[in-house]
Design a protein around this ligand. Structure first.
Ligand code: ADP
Ligand code: MG
Length: 423
């Protein structure tokens, strides 16, 4: 199977070949012909499966093939706003930048112009790039709306919409922003929808915005990559840091991505690892875009050995050849486990996903095992066996959801009351 056989023009085929892509990945093989034929797509594919080219190449080809609508007339009208033809939404700044870089590379030999817009940096440079006549805009939902509100960009004539990592966007609370964005689109469009997992909420969004989509499933959703070796080490909470340093040092792990559950946790752990002589940086939502990028670069270039991150901060990071992912804290949501360990074992290499689990986190392991429908291997490490007399209270986010339920119930009562009064 070649890229040519998928129906792509030689211009695009030559470009990706020069980038070292010989054979399309499974998601590319399935998505590209359907997208070229004009169908909506709902694709289940994890990180590292080559999704970017799967949507970018057909969108580029269709942009090149289909003449622009009469945008000139629109542009010459009184309150002309820049019109974009294709919109790619991503959950995070890092992912937006990555997707933008990829599209720029794929379209280097064409006349197509692409711009990128995300928060945390000034709008000015983004505005000029859009005004310079961008055909494609890659954006995070919040910043895109900022631009739409001030009139930098008009979404009415968007012909192609891509949602990359839709599940992430919903996890991050972007559902209302996405709905606001959808309302601004007026013309019939082709929508390509990608998600690693398909919860009820994700499916609902897909059904709301897709039109007779072709379903593409590359690896069964909610399953982990087969090339990842998983291991759970039960350990007392207060000894996790010590165990982590021991594992990294004694087994000579390089390039380790470590997940903690809180932003503060990332900074503290990176500092403590440093005291143990292990170079570590942290990345979290409180840091500036520049600081996040620097940390990521240092990690990618091997200047530091460990990158400590929260789930949110790690979304969409493209780190190649990552061998070790460590769950320093077990994830609150089982789906996050799938995403976390999707960072390792990329492109057919073997990866290792190590979970440090304290007794109060056993519920989280159970949730993961239920989701994956499998048992994860566990091992007690000599010298780090958990002390069975310490049984801390379960750390389950039960209180929070009970509170949420109550708040919701209250809200309902209020709403009903309001309706009653209005009558
Ligand atoms: P995803 O969005 O699914 O996480 P990406 O689109 O970021 O995946 O691709 C992951 C990596 O694989 C990137 O480094 C990309 O350049 C590379 N890649 C994508 N498609 C191919 C291909 N057909 N052949 C070789 N490498 C590819
Ligand atoms: Mg991607």
């Amino acid at each position: 199977m070649s890229f040519q056989a998928l129906g792509l023009h030689s211009q695009l085929v030559d470009t990706v070949t020069a980038l070292g892509f010989q054979t399309p990945t499974p998601v590319q093989q399935q998505a590209i012909p359907e997208a070229l034929a004009g169908h909506d797509i709902m694709a289940g594919a994890q990180t590292g499966t080559g999704k970017t080219a799967a949507f970018a190449l057909p969108v580029l080809q269709r942009l090149l093939d289909t003449p622009e609508k009469d945008l000139k007339a629109i542009a010459e009208s009184a309150n002309a706003k820049p019109q974009i033809r294709a919109l790619v939404l991503t959950p995070t700044r890092e992912l937006a930048q990555q997707v933008f870089d990829s599209i720029a590379a794929y379209s280097a030999q064409t006349t197509i112009k692409t711009a990128v817009a995300y928060g945390g940096t000034s709008m000015k440079a983004q505005v000029s790039a859009i005004r310079a006549g961008a055909d494609i805009l890659v954006a995070t939902p919040g910043r895109l709306l900022d631009h739409a509100y001030v009139g930098t960009v008009d979404l009415a004539n968007v012909e192609f919409l891509v949602l990359d990592e839709a599940d992430r966007m919903l996890d991050m609370g972007f559902i209302d922003d996405i709905k606001r964005i959808m309302k601004r689109m007026k013309t019939a469009r082709q929508t390509l929808f990608f998600s690693a997992t398909f919860s009820k909420q994700v499916k609902k969004l897909a059904y709301d915005i897709l039109d007779e989509p072709k379903l593409i499933e590359v690896t069964p959703s909610n399953s982990t990559a087969v090339t990842v070796e998983q291991m759970v080490y039960p350990v007392d909470k207060h000894r996790k840091r010590e165990l982590l340093s021991y594992l990294i040092g004694s087994r000579n792990w390089q390039q380790v991505l470590v997940f903690t559950k809180t932003k503060q946790g990332t900074d503290e752990l990176a500092k403590e690892l440093g005291l143990d002589g292990i170079k570590a940086v942290s990345i979290n939502g409180d840091k500036s875009q520049g600081a996040r990028q620097r940390a990521l670069n240092d990690f990618k270039e091997g200047k530091v050995r460990v990158l400590v991150a929260t789930d949110v901060a790690a979304r969409g990071l493209d780190i190649e050849q990552l061998e070790y992912v460590v769950n320093f804290d077990m994830p609150f949501k089982a789906e996050d486990y799938v995403h976390r360990i999707g960072r390792t074992g990329r492109a057919g290499q073997t990866g290792h996903a190590i979970s440090l689990m304290s007794l109060d986190e056993e519920w989280a392991l159970k949730a993961i095992e239920d989701l994956l429908d499998t048992r994860l291997p566990q091992q007690w490490l000599e010298g780090y066996e958990p002390d069975p007399t310490i049984k801390p209270p379960e750390n389950r986010p039960r209180g929070r959801s009970a509170e949420k339920r109550k708040a919701k119930a209250k809200h309902k009562i209020h709403k009903n009351r309001g309706r009653h009064v209005r009558k």
